[in-house]
Design a protein around this ligand. Structure first.
Ligand SMILES: [Zn+2]
Length: 244
């Protein structure tokens, strides 16, 4: 769909080639999970307790990637790329609904602006507000951040705003790929606010990220066009071990 931009990939992109297979794998994972209902677990049904659906086991490696067994091998998800995709699609949808509410800060953050940032700020206050940032001018060369979005528990709002202002004033390949100011702000936020490599995720957080990623319209690429998922098939593994 036209609303979701920032996607492109080389023809030899293995994640792209394998996209259909991954989709099959994910569908299988979900089928497997949905396949077990209360009827299959009479004990739970009697007690009126909803049984916990079995989920594929996820393993975080190097606090950066998430590994999952699939029907035909394994998939490896880049946690930052995946979350960036999730955030971007959520923002685009939220912009269409008029924006999201932020959380009010107990202690507002004052951020001093450079001259180019002072010139920019007025034009991005509206999309920033739609993201959940409540920002007001503070003197002639600063802003006061009074409410912020909360994309994940490691989120550093001040760092995010500073990095976004820097990217929006200095430009980047990502900024060049956007079609308008709102999209530039949305893309910059998705990139800067997404969970980073190096952050430890709980099992529930990994499951949530998986569910959200595979519910997006373009789950296989981040907004830079890089893959979010790499697939290693059993056939490839067997070949590597000389078992052909
Ligand atoms: Zn990025």
């Amino acid at each position: 769909p036209a609303v979701v931009a920032g996607v492109g990939s080389a023809a030899d992109d293995p994640a792209d080639d394998a996209a259909d297979d991954v989709l099959d794998d994910i569908a299988q994972m979900h089928l497997f999970r949905r396949g077990v209902s209360g009827e299959d677990d009479p004990g739970a049904a009697e007690e009126g307790v909803a049984p916990r659906p079995p989920r594929p086991e996820l393993l975080q490696i190097h606090n950066s990637f998430i590994l999952a067994e699939t029907r035909d091998g394994v998939i490896i998800v880049d946690q930052h790329a995946a979350h960036e995709r999730v955030l971007f699609e959520r923002i685009v949808a939220s912009f269409e609904r008029g924006g999201a509410e932020g959380q009010r800060l107990l202690f507002p953050i004052a951020i001093r602006l450079t001259k180019p940032e002072v010139e920019l700020i007025e034009s991005i206050l509206e999309p920033l507000a739609a993201l959940g940032f409540e920002i007001s001018p503070f003197g002639t060369d600063a802003i006061l951040v009074q409410a912020v979005p909360s994309p994940h528990r490691y989120f550093d709002a001040e760092k995010c705003v500073r990095e976004m202002l820097h990217e929006l004033t200095h430009g980047s390949d990502l900024m060049n790929s956007a079609r308008n100011q709102n999209e530039r702000v949305a893309m910059s936020f998705a990139c800067k606010a997404a969970i980073r490599a190096g952050h430890d995720l709980s099992n529930d957080e990994m499951q949530e990220l998986f569910d959200q990623l595979f519910a997006t319209e373009l789950p296989y690429h981040d907004i830079h066009g890089r893959p979010t998922v790499v697939r290693l098939g059993l056939g490839e593994l067997r070949k590597k071990f000389g078992r052909t």
